[in-house]
Design a binder for this molecule. Sequence first.
Ligand SMILES: NC(=O)c1ccc[n+]([C@@H]2O[C@H](COP(=O)([O-])OP(=O)(O)OC[C@H]3O[C@@H](n4cnc5c(N)ncnc54)[C@H](OP(=O)(O)O)[C@@H]3O)[C@@H](O)[C@H]2O)c1
Length: 283
Amino acid sequence: MIGITGATGQLGQLTIKHLLTKESADSLITLVRDPGKSQAMFADVASRHFDYSKPDTLTDALTGITTLFLISGSEIGQRIEQHANVIDAAKRAGVKTLVYSSLLRADTSSLMLAEEHKATEQRIQASGMDFVILRNGWYTENYTQGLQAVLDAGVLAGAAGYGRIDSATRNDYAEAAANVLTDISAHKGNVYELAGDASFTLQGYADAVSAVTGKPVHFESMNYEGYKQFLQDVAGLPEGFAHVLADSEHHAKDGGLSGSSDELHRLLGRATPSLIEVIKQSL
Ligand SMILES: NC(=O)c1ccc[n+]([C@@H]2O[C@H](COP(=O)([O-])OP(=O)(O)OC[C@H]3O[C@@H](n4cnc5c(N)ncnc54)[C@H](OP(=O)(O)O)[C@@H]3O)[C@@H](O)[C@H]2O)c1
């Protein structure tokens, strides 16, 4: 039985979609904060209530799960404790293999985001359970979701300078996860560095948007402070999230969002879509 946390989130939904092409619905269980939402999305897949912040409830919810996909939570700052709650419960419940969605080079990355992933990986490795670590790179959607605003303004703001971004779509990471989860014995003990084939700089992204849409887009290169302020004032993001995004882009200048590994390509058995293709699909 495969349990999937975060199944009502964006990566989780896509993972279930790919799993259902390979496994029968009765071999899957979603572990989510709102089982009703999960049932509305995947009527044939059983669902159990699961909140990373409620440690007393987690072990029972994991009964019968042999392979657990722990999708990292979204509550930045709380995740070391939350993920530890899940890992400890999985161990108690007899989960055999834990698969975790981590961050590219989580053990050495200078991104502020890496700290919680690194601590989670260490806890998993110390647990004694079999594991697979999927170190996901940056989502291409981090850019394409703001495409209309960029087109409206004719400006792409960013703090990555001319650092390369080797992102992939959530769909690519989800399909790779489904491939691992359904052939788990072939992957036990592996740590995968997952980077997309569509390598670009922000200038390259602006040029690609212009090429696809025919509208001029100027790349405005900002420093960390300027971009953080832009994300708060213009994009309307809360300060904490603006800090996370600006910090990640700032470190892209030193290769923080770049990865040369072909492991995502190999897990998928195909190349990830080109940047032009992803932009076209996003319009
Ligand atoms: N590589 C990247 O560029 C990148 C970008 C953004 C995020 N991420 C990481 O990747 C993860 C998955 O991405 P995503 O796009 O699917 O994010 P998402 O749509 O925000 O989904 C996050 C999922 O985590 C669940 N969750 C959060 N806190 C929880 C808790 N305390 N207990 C149980 N479930 C909890 C959410 O549950 P609900 O459905 O109930 O809200 C949701 O299903 C994120 O959570 C984050 O750690 C990576």
